[in-house]
Design a protein around this ligand. Structure first.
Ligand code: C2E
Ligand code: CA
Ligand code: CA
Length: 891
C-alpha cells in the first residue's frame, strides 16, 4: 500500500533523457559552420552553435516548437488561474511547492537508474482539485527542478518544463472534459474517477515520452518509434498509473473530510519516502557487499586459473631451461640421489644421463670434498638452510678432477607431490687453476719451489693454534743457515748461488718425514716445521740427517763446494702463543749453533735470549771499535827451530773491550764476519803489520830478513779487491812483497778454491808468500797441494799438542813435515808449548815453529824492546846438546 502510494519516477524521465542525449552527441560535436564570434553571422546562428551545436535543423525546429508551445501553455495557465481567489492560489502554491520539493529528493531504486518521487501524486491531486492549469504549473515546476538537477545543458533545462506544460496541458484538459462528461451522465464516483485518472495518466505518460524521445530521433534523422514508449521508460507509465490511483483516493478523502487531511499526508509521505530511501540504501549496500564478494571470488577463480596457466608456462620454461642450460643441473632427492640430470651435467662429468640417474651425486665428488657436501645436504634436509653454495671437485669419467661451483636449493616442481633439491654446477676448473697458480706464486719461492716465509708463517700459526688447544699436538721448528752461502755467492756468482740453493732445498726435502714442511724464508735461510711430533728426539734425528746430507759436497757450476748447516731448534712444549716468537727462538738457537763452531744444531732455551742480546751489543761495540781505531795488533814471533832465532812474526788482532776487557778473536771474529766488518778489520791488521815490520826492518841489517804473516778470512779471498788492498799496504809501508805472508785456513781455501785460485796466483806474482793455516783440519787433497801456489804449511796446533800422546799422533805430524819438504814448502809448527814437542818437531825436520814455549803474542812496543837481545842471543838453546829444561821462552 505504501509502495503503491508512492509515485515512481525514473532518472530516465524526460528531463534526464535530454541530458543523456546530450552525453551521446558530445562526441563528435556537429562542426560549427562558422566561427561563433564572427560578427557577420546572425545572432541566432551564433546562439545556436553555442547552445545546441548537436541539433540539426529539424531537431532545432522541433525544439523551438515545443518550447514556444509550452511557454504558451504556461502563460495560458497563469492567465486562467489569475481569476482564482487567494485561498485557491495558496493551495495551488503549496501543491506546487511539495511537488518541486519531491523533485529535489528523488528516491533511487536499487539496481536501476530510476528513482521515484511523491511529486506526481500532488500534481495529479491539483489536477483533480483545481484543474489542468494548476496541474500544468505544478508539473512545470517539478520537471523544471528535476531537469535543473540532472542536466547541465540549458536546452534540456528549458525543453523539459515546456514539454511537461504541453503534455499536462493537453492530457489534463482531456481529463477534465471526460470527467465533465461523466458527471453530466451522473457517473461521479471514486471508481469512475480512478479509471479516468488511469487513462489520463497513460495519456500524460505517452505524450511526455513521445515529446522527449522525438529529440534524439530527430537529431539522428529518424522517426519517433512506438517502442520508445516501452523500452526503458515503460514501467514509468505504470508508476504514473499508481500515482493517479493514490491521487484519486486522496482527492475523494479530501472531498469528504476537507483540506487538513492532505496536509497530514505530507509528513506521512515524507516519512514513508525517508524510510524507503533508507531501506533502499541498505539494500544497495548489501548488494554492493554481495557483488564485491562475488566479484572477489570471481577474481580469485580467475587468478587461480591464471596461476595454473602461469605454472604450466613456468614448468615448460623450467624444463626448457633445464634441458638447454649451459651449466650442469640436476634434481636431487634429499639424500643426494640424482632424479634427473641435464645434458650439460652429463658433458661435465663425461657420463650419459642414465649412468647418473639413480646414483648419489656424492659418488661423483672426490673423496676430500665429499664430507663437506654431505654435511650441507644434511643441513638442507633438516630444513636448517634453504640451500647452499660450495666449491668442490667432481670426478670426470677420465679420472680428471673437475672443479665446480655447486649451488643447491629447495625445489618444488609444479605439480610434483614432494619437494626435492635442485643442484646447479658450473665448471670453474680454469678459474681454480689460475687461482691456484696465483696462490702458488704468492706462497712459494720461485727458485726452490718451496713454500715461502708467508706460507710458512700460515702453517706455523695453524700449528701454534692446534698446540694451544691440545698440547699433545706438538711441533718443532728448525731454523737452518748455511755456513758458507755468502762466500759461494760472492766468489762463484749469483747463478752458482742459486744452483746451490736449489740443491740444498732438494737435499732438505729428502731428509724430511712425511708431515714435515720445509720452507725458504729468504737468502740462505730455511726453516722446517715438524708436525705431529712424537718425541723431541725425532727433531734431533732430523737435524742430524740434514747435517749429514749437507756435508756431502755439492757440484755447483762445475765446482765442488762443501758447506755445513747450523740449525736452531725449538719446541711447542715451550707454550708458544704466537708464530713470530717460535721463529725468533729457532733463529736464536741457530746463532748459538753457529757461535759454538758451526755445522751443528742447538736447542733453544731461555738463556739464549740473553746470549743473543749480548751478541747484538758486542756487534755494535765492535763496529764502533773499528770506526774509532780501538783494535790493536799483537805479534807472535815465528822462530827457527834449529837456531832459535826469530825469523818473523804472525800478526794477531786484539780487542780490549772497555767493559768486558780483552775478548778473544775466536769470539769476536764470527761477529765481525756476520756483521760484514771483516774486510775493514783485515785492512786494519794488514796496514799495522806492514808498517810495524817495515819499522823493525829499518832497525838494522840483522832485522832486514824478518817476515810478517797476516791472517785473512773467507770474506777477504771472496773479495776481488784483495790483491789491490795488499798492494796498497805494501806500497804504503815500503815493504818488500816477499817479506809478507798471507795465511788462509785450509777450510776457507778448500771451500772456494776455484774462485780463489786466480787471485792467489796474482798475489804470488806480486811476490807475496802464501801459507795454509791450520793445516790438517781441512780436506786438501794431495793433488791440490802440489799444484797450489802455496809457500808454507802451518801444522795445526791440535796435532802438535797431541805429539806426546803416542806414536800414531807423531806419525801424522811427521808425514805432514815430510810431505811439505817433498813439495818444497816451508813447514811451520803451531802451538809449541813444551820442550818435548819442540824436540820432536826438530827431529822431524820441521824448520820453523810458533808457540807459547817460544814466545807469546805481544804488543809491538814490548817486542821492540826485546828484539835486539833475541837476535843476539836466541831464546832457544842450539839444537844439539841443549836440553828442553834449559830453554828460555820468550815472554
Ligand atoms: P791462528 O791463525 O791459528 O793463530 C794462532 C792462535 O794460536 C792465536 O790465537 C795464538 O795466540 C794462539 N797460540 C799461539 N801459540 C800458542 C800455544 O802455544 N798454545 C795455545 N794454546 N795457543 C797458541 P788468537 O790470537 O786467539 O787467534 C785465534 C785465531 O783467530 C787465529 O788462529 C786466527 O785464525 C784468528 N785470527 C787472529 N787474528 C786474526 C786476524 O787479524 N785476522 C784474521 N782473519 N784472523 C785472525
Ligand atoms: Ca794464523
Ligand atoms: Ca793456526
Amino acid at each position: 500500500m505504501t509502495m503503491a502510494a508512492a509515485a515512481f519516477k525514473s532518472e530516465g524521465r524526460p528531463a534526464d533523457i535530454t541530458s543523456r542525449l546530450k552525453e551521446e552527441v558530445r562526441v563528435p560535436p556537429e562542426p560549427s559552420p562558422t566561427p561563433a564570434g564572427d560578427a557577420r553571422v546572425p545572432w541566432t546562428r551564433r546562439l545556436h552553435s553555442a547552445l545546441m551545436p548537436d541539433y540539426n535543423r529539424q531537431a532545432t525546429v522541433y525544439w523551438w516548437s515545443v518550447v514556444v508551445a509550452g511557454a504558451a501553455v504556461i502563460v495560458a495557465s497563469v492567465a486562467m488561474l489569475a481569476r482564482e481567489p487567494g485561498p485557491i492560489w495558496l493551495q495551488i502554491a503549496v501543491g506546487m511547492a511539495i511537488a518541486m520539493l519531491a523533485g529535489v529528493f528523488p528516491v533511487r531504486v536499487p539496481q536501476s537508474k530510476n528513482s521515484f518521487a511523491a511529486g506526481e501524486i500532488f500534481i495529479f491531486l491539483l489536477l483533480l482539485m483545481h484543474g489542468p492549469a494548476a496541474a500544468t504549473l505544478a508539473a512545470v515546476g517539478e520537471v523544471g527542478v528535476g531537469a535543473y538537477r540532472t542536466s547541465k545543458r540549458w536546452t534540456s533545462r528549458i525543453f523539459s518544463p515546456a514539454m511537461a506544460a504541453l503534455a499536462m496541458g493537453g492530457s489534463g484538459t482531456l481529463l477534465h472534459a471526460a470527467l465533465g462528461r461523466l458527471a453530466a451522465h451522473g457517473i461521479d464516483n471514486v471508481g469512475s474517477t480512478v479509471l479516468a485518472m488511469m487513462v489520463f495518466s497513460l495519456a500524460y505518460f505517452v505524450g511526455s515520452t513521445l515529446l522527449v524521445t522525438a529529440v534524439p530521433r530527430l537529431k539522428r534523422n529518424e522517426r519517433p518509434q512506438l517502442s520508445d514508449l516501452f523500452g526503458v521508460f515503460g514501467w514509468v507509465g505504470v508508476a504514473y498509473a499508481g500515482s493517479a490511483c493514490v491521487a484519486t483516493l486522496l482527492y475523494s478523502t479530501y472531498r469528504q473530510t476537507g483540506f487538513g487531511v492532505l496536509m497530514a499526508m505530507v509528513p506521512l509521505l515524507a516519512m514513508m519516502l525517508a524510510t524507503l530511501h533508507y531501506f533502499f540504501r541498505q539494500q544497495e549496500a548489501a548488494e554492493a557487499v554481495r557483488r564485491a564478494g562475488s566479484e572477489a571470488s570471481e577474481r580469485e577463480a580467475e587468478l587461480a586459473a591464471r596461476h595454473v596457466r602461469e605454472l604450466e608456462a613456468s614448468e615448460r620454461r623450467f624444463h626448457s631451461a633445464f634441458t638447454h642450460a649451459s651449466i650442469g643441473m640436476a634434481l636431487l632427492a634429499f639424500e643426494g640421489h640424482i632424479l634427473q640430470a641435464n645434458p650439460a651435467l652429463c658433458d661435465l662429468l663425461g657420463l650419459p644421463a642414465d649412468a647418473l640417474v639413480g646414483r648419489r651425486f656424492q659418488e661423483v665428488v672426490i673423496d676430500e670434498d665429499r664430507r663437506g657436501l654431505e654435511e650441507q645436504l644434511g643441513l638442507v634436509s633438516a630444513h636448517e638452510f634453504e640451500g647452499f653454495a660450495l666449491e668442490l671437485r667432481c670426478r670426470h669419467r677420465s679420472g680428471e678432477p673437475v672443479w665446480v661451483a655447486a649451488h643447491c636449493s629447495f625445489f618444488s616442481e609444479p605439480g610434483a607431490s614432494s619437494p626435492c633439491l635442485i643442484l646447479q654446477v658450473q665448471d670453474i676448473t680454469a678459474r681454480r687453476r689460475a687461482e691456484d697458480s696465483l696462490h702458488h706464486i704468492a706462497f712459494h719461492d720461485a727458485l726452490t719451489e718451496l713454500p715461502n716465509r708467508r706460507r710458512f708463517q700460515e702453517y706455523l700459526s695453524q700449528a701454534v693454534q692446534r698446540a694451544m688447544q691440545d698440547p699433545s699436538d706438538a711441533f718443532a721448528v728448525m731454523f737452518i743457515d748455511f755456513d758458507r752461502f755468502k762466500l759461494i755467492n760472492d766468489s762463484l756468482g749469483h747463478s752458482a748461488g742459486d744452483q746451490f740453493l736449489v740443491q740444498v732445498s732438494q737435499r732438505l726435502r729428502e731428509s724430511l718425514r712425511e708431515h714435515d714442511i720445509v720452507a725458504r724464508l729468504g737468502g740462505d735461510e730455511f726453516a722446517v716445521l715438524m708436525l705431529r711430533l712424537g718425541h723431541a728426539q725425532d727433531a734431533v734425528a732430523l737435524a742430524d740427517r740434514m747435517m749429514v746430507a749437507m756435508r756431502r759436497p755439492f757440484l755447483v757450476a762445475g765446482n765442488e763446494v762443501t758447506t755445513s748447516a747450523s740449525i736452531g731448534i725449538t719446541f711447542s712444549a715451550l707454550g708458544y702463543t704466537n708464530p713470530d716468537d717460535v721463529l725468533r727462538d729457532a733463529d736464536t738457537a741457530m746463532y748459538k749453533a753457529k757461535g759454538a763452531g758451526k755445522a751443528r744444531y742447538a736447542v733453544f732455551d731461555a738463556s739464549l735470549h740473553t746470549e743473543v742480546a749480548n751478541r747484538l751489543r758486542l756487534e755494535g761495540d765492535l763496529r764502533r771499535a773499528i770506526d774509532e781505531g780501538h783494535l790493536s795488533v799483537a805479534y807472535q814471533p815465528v822462530c827457527d827451530l834449529a837456531t832459535g832465532m826469530i825469523s818473523g812474526f804472525e800478526a794477531l788482532v786484539r780487542w780490549r773491550h772497555p767493559k768486558d776487557g780483552a775478548i778473544s778473536p775466536m769470539d769476536f771474529l764470527p761477529i765481525a764476519e756476520e756483521a760484514g766488518l771483516m774486510l775493514r778489520l783485515t785492512d786494519f791488521v794488514l796496514h799495522c803489520a806492514c808498517r810495524q815490520l817495515s819499522e823493525w826492518q829499518r832497525l838494522g841489517p840483522a832485522y832486514a830478513g824478518l817476515t810478517m804473516n797476516v791472517n785473512v778470512s773467507g770474506h777477504d779471498i771472496a773479495h776481488p779487491a784483495l790483491v789491490a788492498r795488499v798492494t796498497r799496504a805494501i806500497i804504503e809501508s815500503g815493504l818488500q812483497a816477499r817479506h809478507l805472508c798471507i795465511e788462509l785456513t785450509e777450510n776457507i781455501l778448500m771451500s772456494r778454491l776455484e774462485g780463489a785460485l786466480p787471485m792467489l796466483g796474482e798475489l804470488r806474482r806480486l811476490g807475496v808468500q802464501l801459507a795454509i793455516d791450520d793445516f790438517g783440519t781441512g780436506y786438501s787433497s794431495l793433488s791440490h797441494l802440489s799444484t797450489l801456489p802455496i809457500d808454507c804449511l802451518k801444522i795445526d796446533r791440535s796435532f802438535v799438542s797431541r805429539l806426546e800422546r803416542g806414536a800414531n799422533e807423531a806419525a801424522v805430524v811427521r808425514s805432514i813435515a815430510l810431505l811439505g819438504s817433498a813439495l818444497g814448502k816451508t813447514v811451520v809448527a803451531e802451538g809449541i808449548e813444551t820442550a818435548a814437542q819442540l824436540e820432536q818437531l826438530r827431529e822431524m825436520g820441521c824448520r820453523l815453529g810458533q808457540g807459547f814455549l817460544l814466545a807469546r803474542p805481544a804488543p809491538a812496543e814490548e817486542l821492540t824492546k826485546r828484539l835486539g837481545a833475541y837476535l843476539v842471543s836466541p831464546p832457544l838453546p842450539p839444537h844439539r846438546g841443549s836440553t828442553a829444561a834449559s830453554a828460555q821462552p820468550l815472554q
